[in-house]
Design a protein around this ligand. Structure first.
Ligand code: SF4
Ligand code: SF4
Length: 193
């Protein structure tokens, strides 16, 4: 982007998108401009250890308009939506909603995430819920292996868990599976808009 502001972050030169912060403010419906980087969100986040940018830094990326960095981050894929950050933020910033909006946007725009395995993991994990209403571990592992083509990683651990009866061969089906399928259908529909 010609003439736009650039920043050096962790040795990388990044160009800002001046419209990005406003766009995210509208979709997440929270005023992250109030953030003064106190780190309270990050200190309580149970997933920050695995993130490339902890929650306070995700907020900063969006404030600065660093669109590509925010949309491709690992953090937005592994946030568990526990809302601890929201509860702790002294400014009432809905960080979980912001991260949700970033995740949805990155999927809609087909942005490559810095850890592609995460999306494959999510799809494989949710596939069982959609069909049976709860997780079927073996089905999940098979779907994940087919997506990653990494057939033998953790195979020995999986086999030992199977021997200990941790995995059932057939899925358990809950009552009301049609309602679960309807939730998936409506969610997918709402994200097309
Ligand atoms: S707790 Fe709120 S104000 Fe503090 S860094 Fe996090 S988002 Fe910003
Ligand atoms: S909602 Fe996400 S970012 Fe916030 S504390 Fe939970 S895992 Fe961390």
């Amino acid at each position: 982007m010609d003439g736009c502001r650039t920043y050096d972050i962790e040795g990388k030169r990044m160009a800002a998108d001046p419209g990005f912060a406003g766009e995210m403010k509208n979709s997440a419906r929270t005023d992250f401009g109030l953030c003064y980087q106190c780190l309270t969100c990050t200190l309580g986040c149970p997933m920050s250890w695995a993130m490339d940018y902890p929650p306070n830094r995700i907020v900063r990326l969006v404030q600065l308009g660093l669109r590509d960095e925010a949309l491709s981050s690992i953090s937005i894929q592994i946030c568990s939506a526990c809302e601890t950050c929201v509860t702790r933020c002294p400014n009432g910033i809905e960080i979980a909603a912001l991260i949700d909006s970033l995740r949805i946007k990155s999927m809609k725009e087909g942005v490559e995430t810095r850890e592609p395995l995460l999306r494959k993991f999510h799809k494989s994990f949710l596939g069982g819920f959609r069909n049976y209403g709860r997780l079927h571990e073996i089905g999940f592992v098979i779907r994940l292996k087919l997506r990653t083509l990494n057939m033998f990683q953790d195979a020995w651990s999986g086999f030992r868990m199977f021997l200990k009866g941790k995995f059932s061969i057939l899925p358990h089906r809950i009552k009301g599976r049609e309602a679960i399928k309807e939730i998936f259908r409506r969610t997918i529909e709402s994200r097309k808009g």
